[in-house]
Design a binder for this molecule. Structure first.
Ligand SMILES: *Cc1c(COP(=O)(O)O)cnc(C)c1O
Length: 407
């Protein structure tokens, strides 16, 4: 991992890799063809959400970043995960003289010759959720022996979807941490095997960081200036910290002090908050302070933050706020009712951000900033692959909650 200064060179490298591999991705996935293989999501004006949540114009302008719609993976994990698998494929192909340099057309990586080469290598990940989907599907599409280790309680539809795409799903009787540990041990013991490490991976981190320029472009297109008089506030759901950390790192490199990044964590799983608040570089988990890490936000149910990302973020992050499970569901409902957007519970965490910043506690962060010219970006991180009946279940639960509150 780099030092705490935003490392533009590594961000540029990730961006270049994704750009030169875009034609390859378009060739591998019909659903990416329309976008020319570029991994990008919409930035959507969110005025109706802003109004419904009682925030006036004095609080600035709200936008929703639609990573829930990212093709193939259906979540923010497309950014980091695809980048890492592409980097692995490039490196093996270079080693075997299939690629000469960065100028070689990457579509060569979709030829039978390349597939035969990749089939001798395994790409392994331990994940019950979206990371497994992203890594597994991309690795299998290139012909790797793609292996996803999951805990037995992982959702059936996720296992089915992976198997249909040619991914090997290995089920473990224990919990998520045990599945990851088993995956890591098996991958490290095997030759020609690459383990994608959610807690330590630079390739994941810089894949996420590459999101920053795309957002900057979209803000400019929307006529939103970012400077000292027009600050940018970005709110991102946080699990282990890699995705929100990478994106924040990228945004800091572009906008410096004019961007303020905040992470959203479940009340029961605030691992990043605990790590930063401890002030220590040694690991501190949510269990250490008596929390149980039980939340409906399965993508954010992480007890221990990535130490590397936490130390990198310490001087860069605006702050962390927590969201109760009930609030996640009410946010999910607000997104559906005001914008017609359907997400998974984890992805609704950041909706609470602007309101929280406008509260008495939040105002203490930047009492002198005039918010009326501020831009707020709420990152929606996942949901488009969730089966319709599961999405309906989330909304039914949210409506019951909302009615109970109103009664
Ligand atoms: C993984 C994930 C996050 C958070 O990413 P981390 O790298 O674990 O911090 C947020 N939302 C969704 C939907 C995710 O799948």
């Amino acid at each position: 991992m780099p030092g705490s200064a935003p490392s533009l060179a590594l961000i540029d490298e990730a961006e270049s890799r994704l750009a030169r591999c875009a034609p390859l991705l378009a060739a591998l996935f019909p659903e990416l063809a329309a976008a020319g293989g570029h991994i990008e999501s919409r930035l959507m004006a969110a005025k109706p959400l802003q109004q419904a949540l009682g925030a006036g114009d004095a609080s600035g302008s709200w936008y929703l970043k639609r990573d829930d719609e990212l093709p193939v993976a259906g979540s923010i994990k497309a950014r980091g995960g695809f980048h890492e698998v592409l980097a692995i494929a490039e490196s093996i192909a270079l080693e075997h003289d299939l690629l000469k340099d960065t100028a070689t057309d990457r579509r060569i990586l979709a030829t039978p010759q390349a597939r035969a080469l990749f089939s001798q290598y395994a790409v392994t990940v331990g994940s019950t959720g979206n990371l497994g989907m992203s890594i597994g599907v991309m690795a299998a599409a290139l012909g790797f022996d793609a292996v996803v280790h999951m805990s037995a309680d992982a959702k059936e539809w996720k296992k089915d979807r992976l198997r249909k795409r040619g991914v090997r799903v290995v089920e473990h009787a224990g919990d998520y941490a045990e599945a990851v540990a088993a995956g890591r041990a098996q991958a490290l013991a095997a030759p020609r095997s690459h383990f994608v490490d959610d807690e330590q991976s630079e390739l994941l981190f810089f894949g996420y960081a590459a999101a920053a320029r795309g957002l900057a472009r979209q803000l400019a297109e929307a006529g939103r200036v970012v400077d000292a008089a027009h600050p940018l506030f970005v709110y991102i759901p946080c699990g282990v910290g890699g995705a929100p950390g990478g994106i924040s790192h990228g945004l800091k490199a572009l906008f410096g002090p004019n961007v303020h990044c905040f992470f959203a964590e479940p009340v029961a799983s605030p691992c990043f908050l605990v790590q930063l608040a401890s002030g220590a570089d040694s690991p501190v988990s949510v269990y250490d302070i008596g929390l149980d890490n039980r939340t409906e936000a399965d993508g954010l149910a992480v007890g221990q933050a990535s130490e590397l990302v936490a130390s990198l973020m310490r001087p860069q992050l605006g702050g962390v706020f927590t969201v109760s499970d009930d609030e996640l569901y009410l946010n999910l409902l607000a997104l559906k009712d005001t914008l017609g957007v359907e997400v998974e519970p984890s992805a609704a965490a950041a909706v609470s951000g602007p309101g929280w910043l406008g509260s008495a506690t939040g105002r203490a962060y930047a009492p002198d900033i005039d918010m009326s010219a501020a831009t707020h970006v709420i990152w929606a991180t996942g949901g488009s692959l969730v089966p319709p009946d599961a999405l309906r279940g989330f909304q039914d639960h949210a409506r019951q909650l909302s009615q109970r509150r109103a009664a």
